[in-house]
Design a protein around this ligand. Structure first.
Ligand SMILES: [Zn+2]
Length: 299
C-alpha cells in the first residue's frame, strides 16, 4: 500500500509577481434558517440544482499574500471557537510553509468569529501573529468598540461579536499594532474596496490591477448556490441587510466589468473564480488553470 504523504504543496494563484495562497480554516454547515428573503423550499431546490444535499455548507477561507519578499494575510479563521469542522488555519499555514511570526500585516475583511477569532490565544490572550499589524476599516473598529451600539445589541451579538471582537483586537491595540483606513492603497499593490452592509466596515481587498487581479471579497457571498443566482438573498447576521445586498451587486458588477478573479471567504475552497451574468443573477466560473502547484513559486 502506498503511504499517504503529507501535503507538500499549496494551491497558489499568481497575480504578476504577487502569489496568493488560499488557506482553509474548515467549513460550516449552517441551518437553512440563516438565509433570509427566500423560502426554505427554494433554498433546498437551489442546492439540489447545484448537486448539493443537506445544509448549505460554507467553506471558511483565508488568504496569504506574498509580495516583494513580504508576507500578508487576509483574515485569520475562527481559532477554536466554532466547533470541530473549523479552526484549522494554523495547520494550513504550516502546510503552506508559513510561520505566523513572519506575517507582517493582517487585513481583516470584517470582525466576525470566522474571520478574526484566530488573532489571539484565548488561554493567554497572546497575539498569535506577534509581528503583524492589523488593518481594518475605521468604521469596523469604531463600531465594535461602540458601547452604545453594544448596549442595544441582543445577547448573542453582544457576546459573539462585540465582546469577542474586542477581546481579539485589544492585545494588538495595546501593542500599537492596529491601523485603520477608509479606502485606497493600504499596502503595496493592495487596495481596500469598502463594501459595507454585512458589517458596518466590511471591506474587500484588491490584489494587483487589471484583468486577472484578485478581489478578496470577504462575506460578499455566504452560500454560492443561493446568493449568486439570487443576490438579494441576505443572511441573519447581516448588520444592515439592504446595504449588504446592494454592496453584493456593486462588488459583483465590478468583478465582471474589470475581469477580476474572486477570492471568496465562503466560496467552496479554494474560493477562486470569475463571475458571469446568468439571467437576473450570476454564476461562478471556476478557473482551475490559474492555479500554480508551487513549482518554483517565489516564497
Ligand atoms: Zn464569514
Amino acid at each position: 500500500m502506498i503511504p499517504i504523504q503529507p501535503l507538500t504543496f499549496s494551491f497558489d494563484l499568481r497575480v504578476g509577481d504577487i502569489v496568493v495562497t488560499p488557506l482553509t480554516d474548515g467549513y460550516l454547515d449552517p441551518d437553512f434558517k440563516f438565509l433570509r428573503d427566500i423560502s426554505d423550499e427554494n433554498i433546498d431546490l437551489l442546492l439540489k440544482l447545484g448537486h448539493r444535499d443537506g445544509p448549505p455548507r460554507a467553506s471558511v477561507n483565508a488568504y496569504a499574500i506574498r509580495s516583494g519578499g513580504r508576507l500578508f494575510l487576509i483574515d485569520t479563521g475562527s481559532g477554536d471557537t466554532m466547533g470541530p469542522t473549523c479552526g484549522r488555519l494554523f495547520e494550513s499555514l504550516a502546510s503552506a510553509g508559513i510561520d505566523p511570526a513572519d506575517v507582517e500585516a493582517i487585513m481583516l475583511t470584517h470582525v466576525h468569529p470566522d474571520h478574526s477569532n484566530g488573532l489571539i490565544d484565548l488561554q493567554t490572550n497572546a497575539r498569535l501573529f506577534p509581528n503583524a499589524e492589523i488593518l481594518l476599516h475605521e468604521k469596523e473598529l469604531s463600531h465594535w468598540f461602540d458601547d452604545a451600539e453594544m448596549s442595544v445589541a441582543d445577547e448573542r451579538a453582544r457576546r459573539r461579536y462585540f465582546e469577542m471582537g474586542r477581546r481579539q483586537l485589544t492585545p494588538y491595540i495595546e501593542a500599537g499594532r492596529v491601523r485603520t483606513f477608509t479606502d485606497g492603497e493600504i499596502l503595496p499593490g493592495i487596495v481596500a474596496v469598502p463594501c459595507h452592509g454585512h458589517t458596518p466596515g466590511h471591506t474587500a481587498y484588491q490584489i494587483g490591477s487589471g484583468p486577472g487581479a484578485v478581489l478578496a471579497w470577504g462575506d460578499t457571498v455566504h452560500v454560492q448556490e443561493v446568493q449568486l443566482p439570487f443576490p438579494d438573498v441576505t443572511v441573519l447576521f447581516d448588520w444592515t441587510p439592504e446595504d449588504a445586498a446592494a454592496s453584493r451587486r456593486i462588488i459583483i458588477e465590478k468583478v465582471i466589468a474589470e475581469g477580476l478573479v474572486v477570492a471568496g471567504a465562503h466560496l467552496h475552497f479554494p474560493g477562486f473564480g470569475h463571475i458571469a451574468r446568468n439571467g437576473d443573477g450570476y454564476s461562478l466560473v471556476q478557473r482551475p488553470e490559474l492555479l500554480d502547484m508551487g513549482g518554483g513559486a517565489p516564497r
